[in-house]
Ligand binder design. Structure first.
Ligand SMILES: Nc1ncnc2c1ncn2[C@@H]1O[C@H](COP(=O)(O)OP(=O)(O)O)[C@@H](O)[C@H]1O
Ligand SMILES: [Mg+2]
Length: 284
């Protein structure tokens, strides 16, 4: 097995990454995975954040709920890798690469694999990024979060220099081109968007648009600040499960909007197999 054989599968690997904690990586990974499951795709998840393991915990809660409530909610094929330990950087990278390739080989039958990463540059996270067809970077609606992507002049709001994470993503993209692989599709999304218009929101819009042009990512529809994105954690559910677990209750307007935000994001990632889409359309 090797890098190119893991890559050559038609399956898409979507890495959710940002070297900052609390930007919504695990929330985004879980919601995208569940949305894709409900569309009938074979979905895998890979948790590379062995310390917090939020995605794994969410999915354990989901499995438990499925059993205890007897609800046939769909489950992804989920795997988690522990951070390798040791002082030899080369040995750490080799063992991270081996573990990731073994996991991706186990998930070879999936259409899409969503990879959650920690908010710091661990070995697993860095190596995991190398396997991304699509990199999704959620940023909170705050200048503090943008600071992880680029240094911004506080007076004129111009970009002074891209930061470490941007350079890293840019290098992954370059390496893929050198290896003759399809280019990395880097997608930045805004998370926890407030529902009211503000000067801050406008500022961030402008800065991200400039950054996208300069650094080479694209912007996709983000997620609003919504309680429904966090309140179902203990049962491992998302808004897309609600019609299945409570068929008598119709979704509120807010819940519908939350579901649409996730569906719009999944569509914008262009990772859904076209033949599945055609089947879903003909079945409707
Ligand atoms: N769109 C959202 N609306 C409301 N709460 C959110 C949203 N996205 C994330 N959160 C909450 O923000 C916190 C951090 O999210 P999390 O997904 O754990 O981030 P990360 O994985 O990047 O550390 C959690 O408490 C989560 O429930
Ligand atoms: Mg997380």
């Amino acid at each position: 097995m090797g890098f190119s054989s893991v890559q050559s599968s038609r399956r898409k690997v979507v890495v959710i990454g940002n070297e900052k904690g609390g930007t919504g990586k695990s929330t985004t990974a879980l919601h995208l995975a569940v949305a894709a499951l409900h569309q009938g795709h074979q979905v895998g998840t890979l948790d590379l954040d062995s310390r917090q393991a939020t995605l794994s915990r969410y999915l354990t809660n989901r499995e438990r709920y499925r059993t205890s409530a007897g609800q046939p909610i769909p489950l992804p094929h989920s795997l988690r890798i522990d951070e390798p330990e040791g002082a030899d950087v080369a040995a750490l990278e080799t063992s991270a690469r081996r573990a990731i390739e073994a996991a991706l080989a186990k998930l070879a039958a999936c259409d899409i694999v969503f990879v959650d990463t920690p908010g710091s540059a661990t070995t697993l996270s860095r190596i995991g990024h190398e396997y991304a067809n699509v990199l999704v970077t959620p940023v909170n609606d705050s200048l503090l979060d943008i600071d992880v992507l680029a240094e911004i002049d506080p007076i004129n709001r111009k970009i002074i220099a891209p930061c470490h994470y941007c350079q890293m993503a840019w290098e992954y993209g370059n390496q893929r081109i050198i290896d003759g692989l399809p280019p990395l599709d880097w997608v930045v999304i805004r998370n926890r968007l407030p529902h009211i218009h503000s000067r801050n929101r406008e500022d961030i819009d402008q800065i991200l648009t400039k950054l996208a042009n300069r650094i080479g990512f694209r912007l996709a529809p983000g997620l609003g600040e919504r309680v429904i994105f966090r309140e179902l954690f203990l049962n491992g559910l998302t808004v897309h499960d609600l019609p299945l677990v409570d068929a008598d209750r119709s979704l509120s307007a807010t819940q519908q909007s939350a579901g649409s935000e996730i569906a719009a994001l999944l569509e914008a990632l262009n990772v859904v197999p076209q033949e599945n889409l055609a089947l879903a359309t003909s079945a409707n």
